[in-house]
Design a protein around this ligand. Structure first.
Ligand SMILES: Nc1nc2c(c(=O)[nH]1)N[C@H]1C(S)=C(S)[C@@H](COP(=O)(O)O)O[C@H]1N2
Ligand SMILES: [Mo]
Length: 262
């Protein structure tokens, strides 16, 4: 909670700076100040690293709060991509995801991949948690899936692996050079956290397309944008530089905090 407030403050701080520079030189000045490597951005990122380090010391494997069924007030509000249109995704959806496979690749001893049925037959966990979107809304929902830790144990991460990158099917944006696909990342503590589940169920139903079918990851101590939908590959890596703009996620590449802890 403290960190959420910190993050919000940081965003507010950015907003104030942005407003000041807009009156001077328009929006480009604000954008330019936040380009990778610029002093303001670097200073903000130092702050993020500190809060990440401090959180890691304090919370380690603490669980996110879980709620009771009576606290589920409405369906999970779909946000961001809600109906992906990439050819690959449309082909899988047309066949009700019978050909879907979730892959674990990269710095592992053995690459593994599983069908939806195989995932459903793995040890399952259900949890009722609160999803907090930075846009200012929250939803309490019941998520059912299999812990990512089981798949990581099967793949056996190499000692150099420091992060898990989560690759998604959806083209959240179309750039001049083609589709920009959603991606996210976490450290291996969050990847192996007991509440980090590959969710295929939502509120006792099959996970709908709008909320990330067939599989979306839950990282329960993080904000909404760290909950990747339409997930197809978990890639273990030593650093995040080669993905997107090198900041560890679609929204991080656009200025959001990488850790995004609640
Ligand atoms: N693949 C993918 N994952 C995503 C997004 C997205 O656009 N694409 N949006 C993120 C954001 S900002 C939020 S708040 C949640 C929304 O999840 P929901 O649609 O289940 O509420 O998904 C996150 N994960
Ligand atoms: Mo969000």
């Amino acid at each position: 909670m403290a960190n959420l407030i910190l993050n919000r403050r940081r965003l507010l701080g950015l907003g104030a700076l942005g407003a000041a520079s807009v009156t001077l030189a328009g929006c480009d000045a604000f954008d330019g100040m936040l380009k990778v490597g610029q002093p303001l951005r670097s200073a903000l990122e130092k702050g993020n690293e500190l809060s990440y380090g401090a959180q890691r010391l304090i919370v380690q494997n603490a669980l996110a709060r879980e709620y009771s069924t009576s606290e589920i007030r409405q369906g999970q509000r779909p946000n961001g991509s809600t109906d992906p249109s990439t050819a690959e995704y449309l082909a899988l959806k047309a066949n009700n995801f019978a050909d879907y496979r979730l892959k674990v690749t990269g710095l592992v001893e053995t690459e593994v991949s599983y069908s939806l049925n195989e995932l459903r037959n793995m040890p399952a966990r259900s949890q009722i948690t609160r999803h907090d979107c930075v846009e200012g809304w929250s939803c309490i929902a019941k998520w059912t899936g299999t812990p990512l830790s089981g798949l990581l144990a099967a793949a056996v991460p190499k000692p150099e692996a420091k992060f898990a990158v989560y690759h998604c099917y959806d083209n959240i944006e179309r750039g001049l050079s083609g589709d920009i696909l959603y991606y996210e990342s976490s450290d291996l503590i969050d990847a192996r956290h007991p509440q980090s589940i590959l969710a295929y169920g939502l509120n006792d139903e099959v996970l709908p397309v709008a909320n990330g079918a067939p599989v979306r990851l839950r990282i329960e101590r993080a904000l909404g944008y760290k909950q990747p939908k339409y997930l197809h590959t978990v890639e273990l890596v030593a650093d995040l530089a080669k993905f997107g703009n090198g900041r560890g996620g679609y929204w991080e590449d656009r200025g959001y905090d990488w850790y995004g802890g609640i």
